[in-house]
Design a binder for this molecule. Structure first.
Ligand SMILES: [Zn+2]
Length: 290
């Protein structure tokens, strides 16, 4: 993959509210485009989006990061709770037919992980787990320098590991998923506010908010311990919008992780780090799928 690093690639991150695209060359973003996520006409939207981004660049590949589970051929989204009318739209065929440029789709958390591994705080580690804390809880894994996506392309989905049997019902239908305890769903349920509001309240010294962040840290740490036990990565890199409140939950998260993970050496050596690339990580990872 490093051989291709000096060539130009497009990376597009399709999220629930925004679509963010880049032209990436030699480790640098040379073009950027942000638009509101459409609610229909995906074919037209994406054709126009790529046309404006591409301009007169000679593009060798288009990588698309998308929030959702992909079909086995990684051509379209098969399941997603938060993007309208996207299911079944064959992006790979559409863009390859239209632009004659090889196109790859990958789950957004996997792309985020790949971006952090190549250019962010996972750099230099052979095995690294990356999680994103936001509306949902995304997980990505680099195993022995390779992006791991399971046998059929849809793993890992650590956000839907059960951390509390018979617990809160998740959007996926199961009960007690980690996502329900370690994403914004937790704050909405516990305090009726989104994490940004609870963050502000904590900064203002609100006791209930401060306590909730500590409790949140505990739940994040519980899930991290499972990841530590399964893969013993050199590091776990944590991103997503909720990490802005890092100082209010990181200590409890880390303490819980270190107390809960089984192996003493894993407890001692696994690094817990905050992600470096912010919202650009998934688009960068997508551009570097080639
Ligand atoms: Zn779930």
């Amino acid at each position: 993959m490093t051989l291709m690093a000096n060539k130009k690639y497009i990376g597009i991150d399709i999220g629930g509210t925004k679509v963010y695209g880049i032209v990436f060359q030699n480790g640098e973003i040379i073009e950027e485009l942000r638009q509101k996520t459409p609610t229909n006409n995906w074919e037209e939207f994406l054709t126009n989006f790529v046309t404006s981004l591409k301009k007169d660049h000679n593009i060798l590949g288009i990588g698309i990061a998308v929030a959702g589970a992909l079909d086995e051929t990684k051509s379209f989204v098969e399941k997603t709770p938060n993007i309208k009318n996207i299911i079944g739209v064959n992006f790979k065929k559409l863009l390859e037919d239209k632009f004659k440029i090889e196109t790859k789709l990958e789950n957004d958390a996997n792309c985020f992980a790949w971006g952090e591994y190549l250019y962010g705080n996972g750099k230099g580690m052979k095995t690294v787990a990356v999680i994103t804390l936001g509306t949902g809880l995304g997980t990505g894994l680099i195993l022995d320098n390779k992006l791991f996506s399971g046998s059929f392309g849809s793993a890992p989905e650590g956000g839907h590991n059960i951390v509390r049997a018979g617990g809160v019902k998740c959007r996926c239908g199961a009960k007690g998923c980690w996502e329900q305890y370690a994403s914004s769903q937790f704050f909405l349920r516990q305090m009726g506010n989104n994490p940004a509001t609870v963050f502000q309240k904590a900064k203002d010294g609100n006791k209930q908010a401060l306590k909730l962040w500590k409790f949140y840290g505990y739940w994040v740490g519980i899930g991290l311990a499972t990841i530590g036990n399964m893969f013993e990565p050199e590091g776990i890199v944590i991103g997503g919008s909720i990490v802005r409140a890092w100082d209010f939950f990181a200590k409890d998260m880390e303490n819980t992780f270190r107390k809960t993970v089984f192996s003493p050496i894993a407890s001692k050596k696994i690094k817990i780090l905050r992600a470096k690339l912010g919202i650009k990580a998934a688009a960068i990872g997508a551009a570097r799928l080639f």
